[in-house]
Design a protein around this ligand. Structure first.
Ligand SMILES: Nc1ncnc2c1ncn2[C@@H]1O[C@H](COP(=O)(O)OP(=O)(O)OP(=O)(O)O)[C@@H](O)[C@H]1O
Ligand SMILES: O=P(O)(O)OC[C@H]1O[C@H](OP(=O)(O)OP(=O)(O)O)[C@H](O)[C@@H]1O
Length: 218
């Protein structure tokens, strides 16, 4: 019998939107997945040889890129940050919409913008450096894993690069968005080798692709 397929999903906010799509594609986790007291990280799926693993968003890409999981769902922010050669993102799931933007303290926006070097706090060092390089600015990135919005006020960095959705977090922390780096949505990702060698992976890609088209047409 073939090894079960492993499907990696992020723990947090994408999951609520992803689960109904996964169900329509026939990937339905066993009941224990929804039990908050259950500390298991790997779950069987109802009526299929797929198991679901629940990991941090950045780790979804790592598991899939290394072939430890064959498929996953993750934001395009994560796909672009890592640019793993073995990871392929064939389907835009049209969920988890937000943007990756540069922000700075409100008053600072009026200050002269021409600088050759900046300190920027972000969870996305590669995308941040690339964005500023494109403007001829060398960005020294202070890597944070959350609460980026605190960095300018406490002198850790003059700007941040972070995800923005409603803009509420920036506003409540006295920051304004000055430029947009990337429009983000969640993607179905697959390991390239698994896609070539395992028909179950190709079938799931087709199923997700079809149901996104169906949703858009509805
Ligand atoms: N307002 C938002 N803020 C942050 N992420 C958002 C937002 N809207 C959509 N996203 C997407 O959600 C992803 C984060 O996913 P999720 O919260 O499920 O992961 P996580 O594993 O909890 O993250 P973390 O590792 O940061 O704890 C981002 O990579 C992004 O693609
Ligand atoms: O524009 P908004 O709608 O306010 O959303 C943006 C906020 O959401 C994300 O954080 P999240 O809530 O995922 O927590 P985190 O800091 O732990 O990543 C992101 O890092 C921003 O802080």
């Amino acid at each position: 019998m073939a090894k079960p397929l492993t499907f990696a999903v992020p723990k947090g906010r994408i999951l609520d939107e992803a689960l109904p799509l996964m169900a329509r594609a026939g990937v339905i986790p066993e009941a224990g997945f929804h039990d908050n007291n259950n500390r298991a990280l790997s779950f069987a799926c109802e009526g299929s040889d797929t198991r679901i693993i629940r990991v941090r968003a950045f780790d979804v890409a790592t598991f899939v890129a290394h072939g430890a999981a064959q498929l996953g769902i993750v934001g395009s922010d994560v796909v672009e940050e890592f640019a793993y050669p073995d990871l392929y993102a064939p389907v835009d799931l049209d969920i988890g919409h937000c943007r990756l933007s540069v922000a700075e303290p409100e008053g600072q926006a009026a200050a002269p913008a021409r600088v050759s070097h900046l300190r920027v706090a972000s969870k996305y060092p590669n995308l941040t450096r690339r964005h500023f390089e494109g403007m001829g600015v060398q960005a020294e990135v202070v890597k944070l894993n959350g609460a980026m919005e605190l960095a300018p006020g406490l002198g850790l960095a003059s700007r941040i690069v972070d995800l923005v959705s409603t803009g509420r977090t920036l506003k409540d922390n006295g920051l304004i968005e000055t430029s947009r780096i990337l429009d983000v949505s969640a993607r179905l990702i697959v390991n390239r080798a698994a896609l070539k060698t395992d028909q179950r992976v190709a079938r799931l890609v087709d199923a997700f692709r079809a149901l996104v088209i169906e949703t858009k047409a509805a």
